[in-house]
Design a protein around this ligand. Sequence first.
Ligand SMILES: Nc1ncnc2c1ncn2[C@@H]1O[C@H](COP(=O)(O)OP(=O)(O)OP(=O)(O)O)[C@@H](O)[C@H]1O
Ligand SMILES: [Mg+2]
Length: 309
Amino acid sequence: MEFALTTDSLVKRFGNEATGVHALQGVSISVGHGEIYSLLGPNGAGKTTFIKCLLGIVFPTSGSGYILGHPLGEIKAKEGIGYLPENHRYPLHLTGEQVLSYFGKLSGVTEPTLSKRIEETLDIVGMKDWRNTRVRKYSKGMMQRIGLAQALINDPKLIILDEPTDGVDPVGRKEIREVLVRLRNMGKTVFLNSHLLSEVERISDRVAIMQSGRLITEGTVNDLTRTKNEYELKVSAHDGKSLSSILKEAVLREEDGQSDVAFESLQELNTAIDSLRSHGILIESLVPKRTSLEDIFIKLIGSAEVERR
Ligand SMILES: Nc1ncnc2c1ncn2[C@@H]1O[C@H](COP(=O)(O)OP(=O)(O)OP(=O)(O)O)[C@@H](O)[C@H]1O
Ligand SMILES: [Mg+2]
């Protein structure tokens, strides 16, 4: 598979070896075309530094990477990227439309394409009604949306967003999520940093968790949130024995036909189903239990903290 973005052992040290900050300590990532990939991590983990290395704003101390087939930092690599920085600020006297025109020109977009792209991007982020208002009057949510439009102005293949929903209210966040999913449906690749785990969980194909400049886990949201061997079992009302009397210690919790059960193997699970059926119990559903991304994050970050002490 060809990747939209890869890095190999990316290291970034600010300052000298002994007293400097080791912001990235060998980060290797591969992001496929058309994926939404989220990089998570506590404050100071190195997420923004990683993004800046991808963009050529910060030069890696060692390691390498490719964007859309071009080495990091090359103009060709940058041409295919749209970027929304963390805490961006636009000149306050410009209107939303002027911001887009200005950044479009900086990206080398010329007329008549520029006017067309301004219309399209304002439409994508739902800011058409505010195009002639100065950004001075924009709310945080509107600032993020115009920032997102700015990141899309050059019709990039890879969109890199540093905290895209920072400071945005729940309705605005939902809208931004919908924009990101729409972009993926258009075949774009989206790479983002976020602290908002429940949001990331809803839209990302894959996530990585970074701590102190290292990736401590990586995978699909499905794989990461799946709990090993635990299931939610729902059965129809019945007059027979209780589930725990049939399945014994496999039952972790039992309540009105809804239980949590755990099995060591698929074989054990199927034997349990046979025995429920032989007792005339009707199974309504049996689904693997999931933990939230937030629980996983707190568990991993917490144990990494303990190890460091
Ligand atoms: N230009 C710089 N000079 C020196 N140290 C820096 C520089 N930029 C970042 N750092 C340090 O590198 C580390 C990683 O910072 P970074 O901004 O990448 O973290 P982050 O994961 O984006 O955090 P946040 O969630 O708060 O945005 C921090 O210790 C930070 O102080
Ligand atoms: Mg950051």
